[in-house]
Write a protein that binds this ligand. Structure first.
Ligand code: G6P
Length: 496
């Protein structure tokens, strides 16, 4: 096939580095845009330290890292910083440098203003800029080089998420001895939308460098395979693509499959039973004036989350007097995110304007309609919020999985509470007993919220029990094991 514009292989930017010696010592390497640690500032000029970031991925992989000779490659979170590899929590962390320009072009630009909206149903218009694409290739090359240097002969590498879709191919070229897995944490769009990307073929080829490409939902894997057929003209059989070798040698197989991610269920359940956290949940309700119903939304402040649709529905319920301030309060936690990207700035203004209007209209001196918090909180406080909430609202317009929905279910150890969950989340494939909604249908959303507010305790308990059963059997540990076992089996099957 004729290469599409911008996809020539001859002008590799960055430090093209093929056939790196098998010089590294690590048998298992995870690579993601961010390292799984956050910086904690030191006191009074003391040097800062690192703390493991919240989130299931690192919890699931840390034991594996400690057991095997494992390392994690990624960015430490600040621009222009050259850090030496260091150990944390029995893990070797290998920082990659991102300059201020890389951040603007690769991270804020191509990752979060091209791919993010394109992969989320073009809820916001994606922008296509050649300079962003060049930076994306350059940075992906840098990450691949760092992995190629660190990996031992025959090591397993697991590449995470949409920021690094070219890494599998770059790595395969430099180190054909490696076993390479890729997992996409966000949706993969249908070919009709993916078609817009000027560099669609290069992205598909990048991903096909992996032996196993994992997605959240069966639909995402199917979308990817349809794009592979349509834009690369390759044959797909039983979810396997036959990938021809560049030099006319024997082809290799790359498999696409769904592995729905989960959370550390036992950690959340344990926190939900800790006395101080249970007391904190009661305190939260008291501080709100003990309303009959506490509703809760928890999201990164992102346009994919449907926060505006949720606020509109809640505002109309107040207007209709279906709910009353004092009886019902909505807590909306919106954690700051990607604040230098234009669409995120606009969203913040819009959400805060709407909250201000609703509260201005319905608040009393004693009570508020919406308690809006533009913060992020430690997991202990999140669990207290989940315990304090009678109704959890997840109204995303498109979401790869939505782990907040799973965290709420994990925290409801007494089988109480109701989950309103958008059909457009990966979680809706698994949490079938939630009250599923189409968030675009505001009347439907209002009815569903009221059904959750009024849900008889026996029905709530039946639904919550079934959802808890599902996630107890499908935690993040099981997810990572299942991906890595399939990866090992795939690699084994090629070698016969
Ligand atoms: C999503 C993505 C992750 C990303 C996270 C936070 O969950 O799938 O890859 O790390 O959002 O976004 P940020 O841009 O702050 O890393």
């Amino acid at each position: 096939m004729v290469p599409e514009s911008g996809e020539r292989n001859t002008d590799n930017p960055g430090t093209a580095q093929n056939n790196v010696d098998d010089g590294g010592t690590f048998d298992f390497i995870v690579v993601s845009n961010r390292l799984p640690v956050d910086r904690v500032a030191g006191e009074d000029g003391q040097e800062g330290t690192w703390r493991r970031s919240p989130g299931g991925l690192v919890t699931a992989l840390a034991p594996m890292m400690a057991k095997t000779d494992g390392a994690w490659v990624g960015w430490a979170g600040a621009p222009d910083e050259e850090l030496e590899p260091f150990d944390h929590d029995n893990m070797r962390l290998i920082p990659t440098t991102l300059s201020a320009a890389d951040l603007e072009l690769y991270y804020e630009g191509f990752s979060n203003a091209t791919l993010w909206p394109l992969y989320h149903d073009v809820i916001a218009p994606p922008e296509f800029h050649r300079a962003w694409w060049d930076a994306y290739r350059r940075v992906n090359r840098r990450f691949a080089d760092a992995v190629a240097r660190a990996a031992s002969h025959g090591a397993t590498v697991w590449v995470q998420d949409y920021q690094l879709q070219l890494v599998p191919q770059y790595l395969r070229e430099a180190r054909p001895d490696l076993t390479i897995g890729f997992f996409n944490h966000i949706p993969f769009p249908p070919p009709e939308i993916f078609a817009q990307l000027p560099w669609r073929r290069a992205i598909l080829q990048g991903l096909l460098g992996a032996d196993l490409v994992g997605f959240q939902r069966g639909n995402d894997a199917a979308n990817f395979l349809r794009s592979v057929r349509r834009f690369l003209g390759l044959t797909v059989k039983q979810q396997r693509v036959q990938v021809p070798a560049a030099d006319g040698g024997p082809s290799r197989a790359s498999r696409a499959e769904a592995f729905p991610i989960s959370i550390d269920v036992s950690q959340i359940s344990q926190l939900a039973q800790r006395e101080d956290i249970v007391e904190r949940a009661a305190q939260i309700r008291r501080d709100l004036g003990n309303p009959t119903t506490v509703l809760l939304g928890v999201d990164r402040l992102d346009y994919t989350k449907g926060i505006g649709h949720r606020l509109k529905a809640f505002g109309e319920l107040l207007e209709d007097q279906a709910v009353k301030v004092g009886d019902a309060t909505l807590i909306q936690v919106a954690s700051p995110s990607r604040e230098r990207v234009e669409q995120y700035r606009l969203l913040r203004e819009e959400v805060e304007g709407t909250v201000g209007r609703i509260n201005g209209t319905y608040d009393t001196l004693e009570n508020t309609a919406i308690r809006y918090l533009h913060h992020s909180y430690p997991i202990e406080e999140m669990v207290a919020l989940y315990l304090a909430a009678d109704v959890m609202l997840v109204t995303a317009l498109r979401d790869g999985m939505n782990l907040v929905a799973k965290e709420y279910v994990a925290a409801r150890v007494h089988d109480t509470g109701a989950l309103v969950l958008s059909e457009f989340t990966g979680a809706a494939d698994q949490l079938r007993q939630a009250l599923l909604v189409n968030p675009h249908d505001i009347d439907g959303l209002k009815e569903t919220i009221m059904a959750a507010v009024r849900m008889p305790p026996r029905e709530a308990s039946r639904r919550m029990k079934a959802m808890r059963r599902h996630i107890l059997d499908h935690d993040v540990e099981q997810w990572s094991q299942s991906f890595l076992n399939t990866l090992a089996a795939e690699k084994g099957s090629h070698e016969h």
